[in-house]
Structures are given as C-alpha cells and as structure tokens.
Design a protein around this ligand. Structure first.
Ligand SMILES: N[C@@H](CCC(=O)N[C@@H](CS)C(=O)NCC(=O)O)C(=O)O
Length: 208
C-alpha cells in the first residue's frame, strides 16, 4: 500500500488522480499546510525535505525496499514507470509527454500559484502581482489552447501524466480569473478529462 501525504491542492490531487487511474491502493495522510507547521514537522521533513505536499512512500520501491519521494512531477514519472501506464512507450511520444509535463511543472503550476497568491491570499490585493501573474496565466491558456486545437490531449493523441498534472490546475481557473469560454479547446479537454471516474475520485482527495 502506497502512503500518500497530501492536502486539497492541485499538486496533491495530481498524485491522487494518478493513483486512482493506475488502480494502486493507497493510504491518505493529511498534511494541513494551512497550519504552517505540519509540513515542517521533523518527521515529515524526512519524507519531503522541502516541506511541501505531495509526497509518497512506496513500501516496495525500485529495489524492493521502501522508497520516499517528493515533487509531484517526479512522483508521476515514478508511478508511470512502476505501472507502465500514462507515459507512452515510443520514444517520440514519451518525450512529447515529458515536455508537456515539464511545461506544467515549470510554468502552469508556479504562475497560476503566484496568481492565486496575489489575487486571493493577500488581504489587500496587490494589483501589480495580480496583473503580472494573471496575464501570464492567460498567455499559458493560449499556449494550451493552440496545442489542444491540434491534438486531443496535451501531448498528442494519448491521455498521459501531462494531462493528469495539468487538469487540477485548470480546475482552479476561477481562482486565477480565467474564463474557459475564451479557450474552447482547453474547455473541450477539461470537460472530457473531468468525466473520467478516476479523476472525479482523485479530485475528492483528501476528504476534509
Ligand atoms: N514543485 C512542488 C511544489 C509543491 C507545492 O508547492 N506544494 C504546496 C501545495 S500545492 C505546498 O505544500 N505549500 C505549503 C508551503 O509552501 O508551506 C511539487 O510539484 O510537488
């Protein structure tokens, strides 16, 4: 049984969706990051030295011994390798998927996250931050929309860990003030993925 350390955020939900999609049994451990304490507890820092969620501990790691991991993108690649699912086998389509996964990790997650910080977390909104990250979020939706005009899924014809990583961030479009009506191909992709049973289940983790 894989141990999942998570909270109700997009980065956490990437991993619960992947575990559901792969049919891997897992235990949920809630790390309430809102306390600003649980994520920095010494016991938790042994699993995630960066003091963030998500993390996993797989009792049967690559060498058969327990293995703990931080960083959601790395965890998705690991679970894809473990199960042989959601990362294409052919070299070209595998690297296509990894490119779009890195696009999520390096751009979508950090930029949307900053937009949320400036638009929501601050008591007094700071217009410079909201504008900068809001504009960058819209630009990234444009990139995804053009890609999804040409392809069914983010990296091509197959549903992959790139889609799994990006979906929970797009699910927060209202938080970063993006109207999906302006990005019809993203909307078509978002609605299709949102109908997957594993996605519905993974998005409900952790139950609060
Ligand atoms: N690059 C990391 C980012 C993880 C991350 O930023 N997690 C946030 C929640 S979505 C967190 O734990 N924040 C708590 C904090 O910063 O104290 C990943 O993808 O796993």
């Amino acid at each position: 049984m894989i141990e999942l350390y998570t909270w109700s955020t997009p980065n956490g939900r990437k991993v619960s969706i992947m575990l559901e999609e792969c049919g891997l049994p897992y235990n949920v451990h809630k790390i309430n990051i809102g306390t600003n304490r649980e994520q920095f507890a010494p016991e938790y820092l042994k699993i995630n030295p960066n003091g963030k969620i998500p993390s996993i501990v797989d009792p049967e790691g690559p060498d058969g011994k327990p293995y703990s991991m931080m960083e959601s993108g790395a965890i998705l690649i690991y679970l894809a390798g473990k199960t042989g699912k959601f990362l294409p086998k052919s070299e070209r389509t595998k690297y296509d998927a990894l490119q779009w996964l890195m696009f999520q990790m390096g751009s979508v997650g950090p930029m949307f996250g900053q937009a949320h910080h400036f638009m929501r977390a601050k008591k007094d909104e700071i217009p410079y931050g909201s504008e900068r990250y809001g504009n960058e979020a819209k630009r990234l939706y444009g990139v995804m929309d053009r890609q999804l005009q040409a392809h069914e899924y983010l990296s091509g014809a197959e549903y992959t860990i790139a889609d799994i990583a990006t979906y929970p961030w797009v699910a927060r479009h209202e938080w970063h003030r993006v109207d999906l009506a302006g990005f019809p191909s993203v909307k078509r992709w978002y609605d299709t993925i949102g109908r997957r049973a594993a996605v519905v289940k993974g998005m409900a983790v952790p139950q609060t």
